[in-house]
Design a protein around this ligand. Structure first.
Ligand code: ADP
Length: 493
């Protein structure tokens, strides 16, 4: 009887379920979107029940569509949107508040207040994070501050907090397990990434009762079984990781210096830094990459807000392309950027500039500038921003960079990937399976149950779709020279 690993990819806009076979091929997928709620400007919420319902529907559908029985599911791995905060009643299992999504900015003032009390450093030292509304800690604090009844209940120990992984596992095990893994815990502002425990001093600073918190487990470990009533039989849950960390592992970035970059609306870049939790001098985040067999691997994370969004802007606001993939053919109508530089600061500039007031521009235009030059300069801008992040990460980590593993929608653009290889002077490697997030969750789950015997065996099944080898040409040095001169003109001061 063939068996499979079921990966649950609980994303920001949809719940997905994917079955992987022993070769790491995805054999069936099911997906259901759920509503996004925007009750006020900069607030973003989910209904945790809708997350669970869509996830369960996707699980049942993928089993049916692959025409398999629950007996053929060897184990379950979970990967999830990180930081999103769910609070529920331990007795009824019902959420007591809408989930506050990672994108939600409502708690920025709480972060400012902590910064004003000079607490940024202690948070960075212990959690590797910057004080930002993004992370779960201030979201929990906000919910309890808003509702005294909830605070009383939290103090009495009748409420549970969890990120989406914890919430799904609570439901899959019918309340038997209240756990999260180290990667998700490392995004809460409450978890000491060096001592690997919830930190009492940070809990006090954020006024969060400890009784709310889940038990923290490894990314690859059998944490329990699904309740028999869910799928007709108990199935081990044995892999958990936040989405970017799951992608790091799904890309087999398992050596210090290995980096993956996801080219979506923005870019998410993560570098494996091995056993060292590197403190960044450039406001990158230090985070836990994964924990296997008791051993923790750390990572550095840098994000770029605008990447594929630049392509969307050219499509939707400028109308020079009709679909995002068309940018490749348009950029290929010219052999170089014709002297044009696109500074993509459409919503400020992140690392290493950290200038939220910076604005974008298209520079170096002449009478001869064509649409193709602008398209090409836009692709170069995505690659240049990635280059800047990768270079800063290398400096922070002091490790040698070998190659860049890529995924995400825009990684399908061959020209962009070649430009990236040229600008990094490193190989850019695109895998066969672009479902790297789900694959990482499946890998964690299958390792813990012996479906795959070792990490080495995973490296063997991991397949490359295309390798982009760097080429040297004057063009590359000119792109960099123009960029460095011109970007300074776009900074707000
Ligand atoms: P997200 O998960 O952030 O929604 P995806 O991984 O689905 O992102 O990728 C979509 C993004 O990638 C969009 O911003 C789109 O403009 C861009 N994109 C998709 N295909 C291409 C392409 N072939 N070339 C360049 N950009 C692309």
């Amino acid at each position: 009887m063939n068996t499979f690993i079921l990966a649950l990819d609980a994303g920001t806009t949809s719940s997905r379920a994917i079955l992987f076979d022993q070769k790491g091929n995805s054999i069936a997928t099911a997906q259901h979107e759920f509503p996004q709620y925007f009750p006020k400007e900069s607030w973003v919420e989910h209904d945790a029940n809708e997350i669970w319902e869509t996830q369960l529907k996707a699980i049942k559908e993928v089993i049916a569509s692959a025409n398999i029985t629950p007996e053929q599911i060897h184990a379950i791995g979970i990967t999830n949107q990180r930081e999103t905060t769910v609070l529920w009643d331990r007795k009824t299992g019902k959420p007591v508040h809408r989930a506050i999504v990672w994108q939600d900015r409502r708690t920025a003032y709480l972060c400012d207040a902590l910064r004003n009390k000079d607490k940024a450093e202690v948070f960075q030292q212990k959690t590797g994070l910057l004080l930002d509304a993004y992370f779960s800690g201030t979201k929990i604090q906000w919910i309890l501050d808003q509702n005294p009844e909830l605070r009383t209940a939290a103090e009495a120990g009748t409420l549970a907090f969890g990120t989406v992984d914890s919430w799904l596992i609570w439901n899959l095990t019918k309340g038997e397990q209240h756990v999260t893994d180290v990667t998700n815990a490392s995004r809460t502002l409450l978890f000491n990434i060096h001592d690997l425990c919830w930190d009492d001093a940070l809990l006090e600073l954020l006024d969060v009762p400890k009784s709310l918190l889940p038990k923290v487990v490894a990314s690859s470990e059998i944490i329990g079984n699904t309740h028999a009533s869910i799928l007709g039989r108990e199935i081990p849950i044995s892999g958990i990781a936040g989405d970017q960390q799951a992608a790091l592992f799904g890309q087999m970035c398992i050596q210090p210096g290995d980096v993956k970059n996801t080219y979506g609306t923005g870019c998410f870049c993560i570098m494996n830094t091995g056993e060292t939790a590197v403190t960044s001098k450039n406001k990158m985040l230090t985070t836990i990459g994964y924990q296997i067999d008791g051993k923790v691997t750390y990572a550095l994370e840098g994000s770029i807000f605008i990447a594929g969004a630049l392509v969307q802007w050219l499509r939707d606001q400028m109308g020079i392309i009709k679909t995002a993939p068309e940018i490749e053919a348009l950029a290929a109508t010219v052999s170089d950027n014709g002297g044009v530089t696109f500074i993509p600061a459409l919503s400020g500039l992140g690392a290493p500039y950290w200038d939220p007031e910076a604005t974008g521009s298209i520079m170096g235009i002449t009478r001869g500038t064509e649409k193709g030059h602008i398209a090409r300069a836009a692709l170069e801008a995505i690659a240049m921003r990635t280059r800047e992040i990768v270079i800063e990460m290398q400096k922070d980590a002091g490790v040698t960079f070998r190659s860049l593993k890529v995924d995400g929608g825009a990684s399908n653009n061959n020209l962009l990937m070649q430009i990236q290889a040229d600008l990094l002077q490193a190989e850019v490697i695109r895998p066969q399976t672009t479902e790297t997030t789900a694959l990482g969750a499946a890998f964690f789950a299958g390792l813990a149950t012996g479906y795959w015997p070792s990490v080495a065996s995973l490296s063997e099944i991991w397949q490359i779709n295309k390798k982009f080898t760097p080429q040297t040409n004057n063009n590359t040095s000119q792109i960099i020279e123009h960029w460095e001169k011109r970007i300074t003109k776009n900074l707000s001061q």
